[in-house]
Design a protein around this ligand. Structure first.
Ligand SMILES: [Zn+2]
Ligand SMILES: [Zn+2]
Length: 595
């Protein structure tokens, strides 16, 4: 993988004699895989130079992908000046974190309104597609991209790129969650530890390192890392190289040189630290020493979140009136629903508004300790499920006992002082994480009888049989799909009596598309799983076999829907009338065999 820095400065472009060495343009990095996939990381003012270089050197038509971390100016100001967007025949895909109420396209169009810019977004001659991202894993060409929320006063994603046997993490702008880490000391816990996991074994980490620990006390809550914290996290993650990035506009070349020397001294020999410099090219090659494998992302998917899934309730439960008021404002700013709990009982009682997506708990509530309340919620409170994030709100850093919090099941901390804007970003990140889970099908009303019919047939866990396999082979051929299966939906799992083009013998019932199919008599069709909120984040869609299309016809035993004959594809598609009839006929053959 080869990459080139076109902009390295943070916050505002800073050209001039004092920034010649490390550069004055804002964030922009060009990345190319060996196979030629072109990625552009952020579109700060550095994108102007990159755009012209692409136009001058082009093999037409161009196909590229722009990954934007967030839409603060220093990361998008070069977008309207990116020359390839004005060339007909080119194709660009633009990715950025999804806001709660406006799309990426609207946000980018905003900075191109006629008051600010003479050309509008509609005037791009290239084909430009916009993708609103949430946290997850997806592919761009041969590059696997993992996106993870960073800690910044705007919804921000860091990107981990894996291709050609190497991994590069691009993490800007991000502030350490704990004060101790910002100072470059203390253990990595909670979200700080998860951030380090995101960097695990990276061959190159490009990380915002805007401030030094000495400067940090006046920059708390600004959403940026200290050099000391970045070195510490990169070392803990076992990264090989670290490019300090998003340089403070107040730091001239000489000062930055000293900062790098100090960082190298802190890093020691295991981690190669340098400052990203405009015009610098870096070839990232696989390490001779085998690296620790990257941590697996817990939730995965690229998906647009439908509006109705954002109707989520945040429960605020804390004594401190000043913090409570700021948090109420932060929750309601994006139209999330708000519930408040004056005491512990109200937190532990089932919520009248349905499922909660987030609990924000004070370090004191009704005279009780917040950690104690968190523990009680995890141990059997009914207001949310076990995966509901609990964010503990602490009045100061001394109150934020992160080790005790982790033991009590606390997901994250919000430590005062914080601005309303900052709290709003944290709330948004957690709400979006919650919105992006797949929905498991409910059990059909005749579940007991259905399972009895299935178990009485005695077919579960029997060896493959040609009389079923020939049907799935035919289904594959007739419907022109890579996968066809005869599935039986058991109490907790779906088991495959026959499978053609699929090499798993069973999956959890919660993951099964067929759990939906057995709720109806007609054929159940999902034309594009990624566009369907019931499946977009399902691990078989977001990772693993990456299914996009599914069609299943229930099969009956003794009049009960015990399973399905289903087909699946990795491409979205429709089920034509002929295909439906074929699936019907084949399912009838399955039923005959089962009988
Ligand atoms: Zn920035
Ligand atoms: Zn920013």
């Amino acid at each position: 993988m080869r990459l080139r820095f076109w902009g390295t400065r943070g916050s505002i472009a800073k050209p001039g004699p004092a920034t010649v060495r490390f550069g004055g343009n804002t964030s922009c990095v060009e990345v190319r895989s060996a196979a030629g996939t072109l990625l552009v990381l952020d579109c700060g003012t550095g994108a102007h130079g990159l755009g012209h270089a692409l136009v001058a050197n082009r093999t037409r038509p161009y196909r590229g992908h722009i990954l934007i971390t967030h839409t603060h100016w220093d990361h998008i100001q070069g977008f309207p000046f990116f020359a390839p967007l004005f060339l007909p025949g080119d194709e660009w895909d633009v990715y950025a974190p999804r806001g709660l109420r406006e799309s990426l396209r609207d946000t980018l169009a905003g900075q191109m309104q006629y008051t600010y810019f003479p050309v509008s977004l509609e005037q791009f001659a290239a084909t430009v597609r916009y993708h609103d991202l949430v946290e997850g894993v997806f592919s761009i060409g041969d590059v696997q991209v993992s996106a993870r929320y960073l800690n910044h006063p705007a919804l921000t994603l860091g990107y981990r790129l894996e291709v050609d046997g190497v991994s590069v993490v691009y993490a800007t702008d991000h502030e350490p969650h704990s004060r101790a880490l910002a100072d470059g000391r203390g253990d990595l816990t909670g979200e700080d530890r998860r951030h380090a996991e995101f960097l695990t074994g990276a061959d190159l980490v490009i990380h915002d390192a805007q401030y030094t620990a000495a400067e940090y006390p006046t920059k708390v809550g600004w959403g940026h890392s200290t050099v000391e914290s970045v070195v510490r996290v990169s070392r803990a993650a076992g990264a090989r190289r670290l490019a300090l990035y998003h340089h403070d506009p107040m730091r001239d070349d000489d000062a930055l040189g000293y900062v790098v020397e100090a960082a190298q001294a802190q890093a020691g020999p295991a981690l190669d630290v340098f400052a990203a410099a405009e015009g610098m090219t870096v070839d990232v090659t696989p390490s001779a020493v085998p690296r620790a494998p990257a941590a697996k992302a817990p939730i995965t998917a690229r998906t647009s979140v439908p509006e109705e899934m954002l109707d989520q309730t945040v429960l605020l439960a804390l004594d401190q009136p000043d913090l409570r008021e700021r948090l109420m404002e932060a929750v309601m700013a994006d139209g999330l629903k708000l519930a408040t709990a004056p005491d512990t009982d109200a937190v532990l009682r089932p919520s009248p508004t349905g499922t909660l997506s987030l609990l924000m708990l004070g370090s004191r509530l009704g005279g009780r300790d917040g950690l104690e309340v968190a523990r009680a919620v995890r141990d059997g409170g009914e207001c949310g499920d076990k995966d509901m994030p609990i964010v503990l709100v602490a009045a100061d850093e001394a109150e934020a006992d992160r080790a005790a919090g982790a033991a009590a099941g606390v997901t994250d901390w919000l430590v005062a002082p914080f601005s309303m804007l900052y709290a709003r970003t944290r709330v948004r990140a957690w709400a979006l994480r919650q919105a992006c889970r797949w929905i498991a099908a409910a059990a059909p009303p005749d579940e007991v009888e259905r399972l009895r019919a299935l178990h009485e047939r005695g077919i579960l866990d029997t060896p493959p049989e040609e009389r079923f396999d020939r049907i799935t082979r035919l289904a594959r051929r007739l419907l022109d799909v890579p996968t066809a299966m005869v599935t039986l939906v058991d109490a907790e799992r779906q088991w495959f009596k026959s499978r053609s083009g699929f090499d798993v013998t069973e999956t959890a019932r919660d993951l099964a598309f067929c759990s939906y199919t057995i709720q109806q008599d007609e054929i159940f069709v999902v034309p594009d799983a990624l566009a369907d909120p019931r499946f977009a984040d399902n691990p078989v869609v977001a990772e693993g076999p990456r299914l996009r299309f599914y069609a299943g016809r229930p099969v009956h035993v003794a009049g009960r829907r015990v399973g399905t004959l289903c087909v699946a594809d990795n491409r979205p598609r429709q089920l034509a009338e002929d295909d439906k009839r074929a699936l019907d006929d084949l399912a009838a053959l399955v039923e005959k065999e089962l009988a």
